[in-house]
Design a protein around this ligand. Sequence first.
Ligand SMILES: Cc1cc2nc3c(=O)[nH]c(=O)nc-3n(C[C@H](O)[C@H](O)[C@H](O)COP(=O)(O)OP(=O)(O)OC[C@H]3O[C@@H](n4cnc5c(N)ncnc54)[C@H](O)[C@@H]3O)c2cc1C
Length: 455
Amino acid sequence: VSYDTELFETESCDSNACFESLQGALEDCTCNVDTIDYFNNVKIFPRIQSLVSKDYFRFYKVNLKKECPFWADDSRCAMKYCHIKPCSKDSVPQYADGHDDHIDESPATKYLKETQNECMADDDHNPDLGYLNMTISPASQYEIAKWSAHDNALENFCESDDRDVDAEYIDLSLNPERYTGYKGSSAHRIWRSIYEENCFRPKANPYSSFPFVLSSDLSNMCLEKRVFYRAISGLHSSINIHLCSKYLLSEKTAFAAPPEGEWGANLVEFQRRFDPSMTFGEGPNWLKNLYFVYLLEMRALAKAGPYFEHEEYYTGNHNEDEETRQAISNMLSVIYTFPEHFNESSMFNKGIQAATLKKEFRDHFRNISRIMDCVGCDKCKLWGKLQIQGLGTALKILFSGRWDGGDADPSVGPLPLRHKSHERLQRTEIVALFNAFARLSNSIRELENFRNMLR
Ligand SMILES: Cc1cc2nc3c(=O)[nH]c(=O)nc-3n(C[C@H](O)[C@H](O)[C@H](O)COP(=O)(O)OP(=O)(O)OC[C@H]3O[C@@H](n4cnc5c(N)ncnc54)[C@H](O)[C@@H]3O)c2cc1C
């Protein structure tokens, strides 16, 4: 299948085709799209959005300066107006020299082949739109210092970059996920590498370009590999829905535009990305994958519910901490009532191979989180890292085994809904999981807006 770029240059049709196919069963779970639409838009969306505006969830500690382990630093070499000539032979590490056709699978060279021609792609970046606002008020800084002291006193077993010297708190409310102008070969290299990390492509990639995986091939994959692909694809959809719903409609310099520029929903952009006629029929499947990853994360929240209900949510402000805990309990009580949770017990249970597959699953996911350090736009990197860490936390709850057993609640039928566990999560994991779920919830809500625009 070759990718016909002309398709993307045609005017978008005003058909409702992406929504016509976006209904009914989701596959790999018992649920359907309409059930989730109603449940999310009416019950979950208002609760989770209010929750993530609380201080505990508003500040996310992350290291955005980590070097990309796979290719020469993209953001530096692709920056507009950079006076140092980007990617001159001397500035590129020896392994990226481009003369060696030999490809090995060591991390540093794994994705190298594509990097070599792409460092000059200056037009793919707009530093203004990708600008990350690092402001934290002095009062917040003081409070945050107290949080760190509190957290450091706890035992921590998981590796994450919030302890790196370069890790910094970022106020998520100052940096909404929206259109940044990050596109072209640099963004494609990231997505391609991520899908390549999905060892789980059904066959050696026969496609000369996009799409990386055809949905018709998914039925040849085992459930675990399909779940992996669908989770990543669902996240991809969510990111792209956000950039369509918060699109830069007119620049600040345009006549009569507000000083910030005018931001809002761009239906043509949405259709270009999801209409079946523009995506080899794949768009509606990519949207279904969004619902799928939403179910996955919601199930993780339910499973670790007893733990979340009793976590401290420490910010030093006792009243706010208590409010946060109550808001979480309230949202979880709604989540517990969802009738058709994703059932992870059907995964990784087929004999000896299951353990190997599980390890592979985890390793591949870790690699994806490392690829996030290669994203060449700080704002995209921030939200990419957060959402991958959130999804990783959900997978850990579902599949590490550490949240199984205990006192599961048998009153809810064959799938024990919530499990007591003595495991703890780090602050960044909790912040990432709830914010990631809030992003997915917001995407499903935004789909409703696009659906209404097409009526
Ligand atoms: C981690 C990350 C975060 C980003 N964050 C932002 C952001 O905050 N704001 C912003 O404006 N841009 C962001 N981008 C860029 C954005 O995702 C697109 O890459 C960019 O807009 C170019 O879009 P495109 O139409 O060329 O297709 P892309 O989205 O780049 O996709 C490449 C190809 O993948 C296939 N594909 C598309 N969607 C799916 C799917 N859901 N499942 C499976 N396959 C799919 C298609 O064949 C498509 O042609 C981010 C990119 C990355 C990698």
